[in-house]
Design a protein around this ligand. Structure first.
Ligand code: SF4
Length: 512
């Protein structure tokens, strides 16, 4: 095992030395293996769950979720029969929610395609949703004793150092793993490698003096262990800004929408979000929003036009370095809140009452900042908030018995007539991308938007981490009090009532 540069093609390990290396590592594992709840487990379903949870997630974190998961879904049948919302609830906070969806879908595939038995070989395990090379190798070797490798990030680092390879290719890793895997104890071997990578051969401070395979380590011999594998230069994730209306009813419940089935946080419940660029315009960088949303022109909220999207995730240039002003964000949020209320046929007034602190969340591919604005949805008509965003301006939502207002220069103006009208026409013009469900009513099949009014302190649905923060922040705020003047955004009707009449919204410029 000699030193190799990035330019040289690394060879596979010397088989004559492999036997001793295996014995040394397995001996160490037998003496020091961590006592983890999935260790010694023979149920392939439970091993599968642990391996999926361990992807991208620290052991300490998984320990908190693993037991709770098995309490709720103790076997494959209970998972296969569960509603996906229940699955996501138990997963809430663990992140990378696609893993939970794949587990759920995988359990159903096992029931339908494999007679309820988890496939016992690597090739068929790969047929299950979400089981890639690593997870399938781990389950096949640990649960079924198949001599296949399981190369995760920790194992990649160990291999790169053992053989002093700067940039190990996927093919080399696969071949090296296949040569090294212990034919008698493949599951223990794979777990021993993972343990070595996470406890001794750590990324920045490998403890070579305590390493059971130091004798075989090429990088240690030549002193390159800190440079192996070569670090990838990561590009900064693009930034994105999201206007986020938090529409709260008089009973304290807030409006959530279900996101489309593709794109950022696919299928999750969240507050409505509209991506805004640095100039305050609704962003054109729609990538992940997906279609199939239901818009509509008010009324029952059951019929609607297809297509459109809340702007969701995507790639550069996104928001760039500039950040939209608070005024711009409130403006877009107001439009979106009104559009949603119209979509739902809610004959309500939506007033911006409080700007909450921004919530930043770094996804692996996107640096997102949400700007929540609380609206009080309480009344019989809607003034001002509806309409179309054009050149940064929200223009007239239409109310049956009076024109909705216009937001300009920090004011919502207009809106008149009686307070009994229906939201009827002209809204929403912002594309609304949220999931829809089919339902049957007396008048025939209808398409309903997937929305919920939830208790902010206990939404009863799984919320992504950033959305949980927004919910907590909104629950701690006092929108009712803010209508009368507290808070950075003041909203009041010209007649002093939050309902009906002309609405004027003043946004202090120091907050912009
Ligand atoms: S000797 Fe050091 S660099 Fe080599 S495998 Fe062990 S801990 Fe890692």
């Amino acid at each position: 095992m000699s030193r190799r540069s990035a330019a040289e093609a690394p060879s596979t390990p010397d088989p004559n030395r492999v036997r001793d290396l295996r014995a040394a590592l397995l001996n160490h594992y037998d003496r020091t293996a961590r006592d983890l709840p999935w260790r010694g487990e023979s149920d392939p379903y439970r091993i599968w769950v642990s391996e999926v949870m361990l992807q991208q997630t620290r052991v300490d974190t998984v320990l908190r979720y693993y037991e709770a998961w098995l309490k709720r879904f103790p076997d494959l049948d209970s998972l296969a029969e569960a509603e996906v919302d229940d699955v996501l609830m138990v997963w809430e906070g663990l992140g990378y929610y696609r893993r939970a969806r794949n587990l759920h879908a995988g359990a159903q595939v096992v029931r339908e395609t494999f007679d309820g038995d988890v496939p016992s070989d690597y090739a068929r395990l790969r047929e299950l949703p979400g089981l890639g090379e690593y997870a399938a190798g781990a389950v096949a070797s640990i649960a079924f004793g198949e001599a296949v490798p399981a190369v995760d990030g920790n194992v990649r680092r160990v291999f790169a150092r053992l053989f002093d390879v700067a940039e190990p290719s996927a093919r080399w890793l696969r071949e090296t793993g296949a040569v090294l895997v212990d034919p008698v104890r493949p599951g223990d071997w794979n777990q021993a490698l993972m343990d070595l990578g996470s406890t001794i051969c750590s990324p920045r401070a490998p403890r070579c003096d305590a390493c059971p395979v130091e004798e075989w380590c090429a990088a240690r011999t030549v002193g390159t262990q800190h440079e192996r594998p070569a670090r990838k230069v990561r590009k900064a994730a693009p930034t994105a800004f999201f206007a986020t209306p938090v529409v709260v009813r008089a009973d304290g419940r807030a409006l959530l929408v279900r996101r489309p089935d593709s794109g950022l946080l696919a299928g999750m419940w969240s507050f409505p979000t509209v991506e805004v660029d640095g100039d305050g315009r609704v962003s054109d960088s729609d990538v992940g929003g997906g279609t199939g949303g239901s818009g509509g022109t008010g009324g029952s909220g059951e019929s609607g036009r297809a297509g459109g999207s809340w702007r969701a995730s995507g790639g550069p240039p996104r928001g760039g370095g500039a950040r939209p002003s608070e005024e711009q964000l409130v403006r877009v949020s107001a439009e979106a809140a009104g559009a949603l209320l119209a979509l739902l046929g809610e004959q309500e007034v939506a007033l911006p009452v409080r700007v909450l602190p921004p919530v930043r969340h770094k996804f692996s591919h996107l640096d997102a900042t949400y700007f929540p604005v609380v609206f009080a949805a309480a009344g019989e008509r809607w003034v001002g908030a509806a309409g179309r965003v054009g050149d940064g301006r929200v223009e007239g939502g239409h109310v049956e018995d009076g024109e909705g207002g216009r937001v300009e220069d920090g004011h919502v103006e207009g809106g008149g007539g009686e307070a009994s009208g229906q939201v009827a026409q002209g809204v929403p013009t912002t594309d609304v991308g949220l999931r829809t469900s089919e339902a049957t009513t007396e008048s025939g099949p209808v398409t309903r938007p997937d929305v919920r009014w939830v208790d902010l302190s206990d939404p009863g649905v799984a919320l992504p981490v950033a959305q949980q923060k927004i919910a907590r922040s909104a629950a701690d705020s006092d929108p009712a009090g803010a209508v009368d003047g507290a808070g950075p955004v003041r909203a009041s009707a010209a007649d002093g009532s939050p309902r009906g009449g002309a609405i004027q919204m003043t946004i202090p410029m120091e907050n912009c």
